[in-house]
Design a protein. Sequence first.
Lengths: 349, 349
Amino acid sequence: MKPSMATIADVAREAGVSKATVSSVFSKKRPISAEVTERVYAVAKRLGYYPNHIAVSLSLKKTMIIGLQMSVTNAGEWPAFNAEMVSGVIQVCAESGYRVLLDTLPENSDRTTMTMDPVDGVILLNPAQEDKRLDRFRQMNIPAVVIGRPNPSSTPACYVDNNNEEMMFRLGLSLLAQGHRQVLFLNAAANMTVAQDRYEGLRAAYRSQGLDFPITHHFHYDWHKHPTADEYGYQTIADTAGLLPYTVVITDQMHIAIGVMRAARELGISIPEQLSLVALGDDAILAQEVSPSLTAVDLQPRQLGAEAARMLLDLIQRAGEPRHRLVDTAFVVRESCSLPNPNSGGKKG
Amino acid sequence: MKPSMATIADVAREAGVSKATVSSVFSKKRPISAEVTERVYAVAKRLGYYPNHIAVSLSLKKTMIIGLQMSVTNAGEWPAFNAEMVSGVIQVCAESGYRVLLDTLPENSDRTTMTMDPVDGVILLNPAQEDKRLDRFRQMNIPAVVIGRPNPSSTPACYVDNNNEEMMFRLGLSLLAQGHRQVLFLNAAANMTVAQDRYEGLRAAYRSQGLDFPITHHFHYDWHKHPTADEYGYQTIADTAGLLPYTVVITDQMHIAIGVMRAARELGISIPEQLSLVALGDDAILAQEVSPSLTAVDLQPRQLGAEAARMLLDLIQRAGEPRHRLVDTAFVVRESCSLPNPNSGGKKG
DNA sequence: CTGAAAGCGCTTACAG
DNA sequence: CTGAAAGCGCTTACAG
């Protein structure tokens, strides 16, 4: 980027050819004689010339870069889930020669600061209240896909998500089949669409058995009340044990479940004998090492990222109408909660 | 990026001013009358105009993007350590208005495929055999800092690293002070500089007590022999228990330690009574949940990333001679191994 | 306070 | 097979 960098003009001059020829030698977009090719390569090497990616992008109107928009919160803690997801995105992009630009800039309404990003497309994480960004990308004519279900209020968009509702429906059904009647659900934050979908699925399972899911057994993660997920799990159990009847608790994350286990230990509640426990989101190493080992639902974060990337790349090549895709989840039964045939049947609707 | 995007020329025409004026309105680099400013903003909004980041970059010769080069392996598994490190990089960059471009392209010697990246500087991970990339960036005149100690054979470079040698020296001293004489060291892969530094530190600790560290007790991770870190730990213990005398094992990663614990469990070796265990690299949640809880060394990956970013940003603004910086580690004593005052004193040299 | 024009480093019809 | 010139969308002296 320094003035000292050799440009295509330098190479052209030194090699005694035109810029167009040098360009062609590197891009191979039109045939150049072996002799000239040879000479150009030699000069380029001597001068340490590398085509300037920015100039190429400006000319070609494509950058081979896709943007990954994550909320600042994500940047702050980067749980394993996000890392896996990002990894899936990177992998698929790399296979097609695309790079990934991480973007954590906070939602900024100051028009003067926002430029048209140097990206061919964009993936949005955490579609909580991101409608604005979505609209902006649409306005910029930049293909976008969100991971997670976007708010229905926002304009239609491409997205990939877990089959959250079905997953919870099946989980609920399995639990009811096991004889459980009182489920405590420590859900994600209330403003997340994923929280709504899962709650709906659980209620549907209850309804299908002619039961009502009691609102008293439904909690939302509140960042203000509990600094960490672990605390959320711990406190909620500490606050409700003995007061609220439940025989199984479902937690939105494994770390919440860790908190639940800690509380249970302190209260002398044995898992799974007196209380069953299942986590939505699976960290296999952690789940296997805690005792009892943790039954969990694998959300396949890597798949989510990979599918999103695939969809975006497809969108970039041949745009089309909004589409979406659901990534299956898998129940991983361990000691903390037994489940009958959780991965088969039970399809809803 | 589509032809439909409004450009600065469109705005200028519609607003009846020059492109220079529109440019100035957005960049605020020279004063423009309130009236004109108003009009330009209005037109820009109506047309959905956003300055094109690529064009700006080409003109300004800076992109406000820094590249993060990671080996493909990293992209594949993204352990918590890397996620934390990347997170540190992102955070510092974001504070200064920089974005991060992830690059996982495999080391490719095909000259035709490599362009001068659209970045103002670059951070390299895993400095195992990356000399080539370093040289390339130097040739391109792109500031670079590596995380980890670069090979001494390569040209001098800026880097940030843990104080690995000192850390191992202190750890070794603490262990010897505890009465341990036989330490089993499950080190990282042999080609990593970090592995060499740690081994040196441990040997120095032994030497300082007039002892020799026996080569029989030093193992290197070999990806071909053990598919996972866990397996590496498990197998090595399974293979050596009873044959090799040792009272404490140091593992390069927590996951290796998990494997060691599993082997110990199966072999009826109780930790820490019969065998002490300490891991280099701390995943607090995991370390606390296993039993016994795991004594570990916090490598402060987030700090590593943050320091690297700070150094790079500094380098971008005012270049200078190669510099480096060591990030302190912290001993976190839990149940698997007791250590006397590991975080104080014992400075080497 | 504002504009015309050259320049950033490439690519691509168009012409030969 | 190769070149001259215009263009990608901005910024910035220079001139007023």
